[in-house]
Ligand binder design. Sequence first.
Ligand code: MG
Length: 385
Amino acid sequence: MRLTRLETFHTEFVCFVRATAEDGVIGWGQCATYNADITAAVFHRQIAPWALGQDCRDIDALVARIERAEHKFPGSYRNRAMAGLDTALWDMAGRRAGRPVAALIGGSPGPVRAYASSMRRDLTPEVEAERLKRICAEQGFTAAKFRIGAEMGEDRDQWEGRTEAIIPAVTAALPGIDTLVDANSGFSVSRAIAVGRMLEDHGVSHYEEPVPWWDLSATRDVADALQIDVTGGEQDVDLGVFKRMIETRAVDVVQPDVLYLGGLSKTLRVARLAAAEGMPVTPHAANLGLVTMVTMHLLRALPNAGKYLEFSIEGADYYPWQQDLFRGSPFAVNDGTLSVSDAPGWGIEIAPEWLDRAEHRVSEEGAQDGGAYARLYHGVLEAGL
Ligand SMILES: [Mg+2]
């Protein structure tokens, strides 16, 4: 089944992809958020030319083909753009089969336990504790995450003493609720271990990115020194790095972001590596774009799914761009859970009004322009592979 048309609809923040096959079946996907206008350009230059005209049913093989063709561009933007193709083709596969994606990868529709995820460091410990207490009570969450340190902070706190104050404040406000923290690479090893002991004393169960995320040996030093689960992986896009992270047990819980990483197919590969070592996967999903829906389907299918879905509690004041992306309420919360429906594919519909306002670009089979690099290299790929 040949892929004949790839379209993007983008703003600076969001880029949706519509894939169309020769039989007219379509699928909707999304590239990773932020700088989505740049990602759309990468999509049409470096992803679409290798995908159009190919069999769109073997998604793993197509992703692997593009990775071979664009192997000199292993980084973030190629993977952000690849995620748009991958997730559109999984949606198409689900629509063609009349089944949700979760069912195509060994799972089923149904509920997913979520944790209330705060993105904010600008709130005082008292205000954040009250806010999380209210949201958990109103929506039934049984787990919540708050922020400590400063993002990439090199041991500087958001303001002096905030970390030491917010740990007891939030944990005291949430009795019976599982508590998680995210340090966003904020600490040195010694400071991370000292903060980790404080987290353990207060019953916190998940300690995310304690030290700079790229330093696997430093992360492992922290994990080895503490009982609390040390977690990470949201920034990583290289399967070789995930392999080292898992084999050396640099973390206790692996946290790929399905859209940063390049889509569902690559995330399933990471999940299998983790499963082989008996490690759970609790993906990163920090906004209410498609990343959260893909993660819901994934968690309904993984044998080594972590305990919960990350569910951002931030609204229009923090994420104005995530308003009105979809028709209906795909992310409705009931008693602290979200639900994967039995609708085909991802079970979502992009809001037509949003698409009308977005910038639209089309690549079609036979007319695609991969630029000089792709034109030069295409023959090499076809001959060599
Ligand atoms: Mg994080």
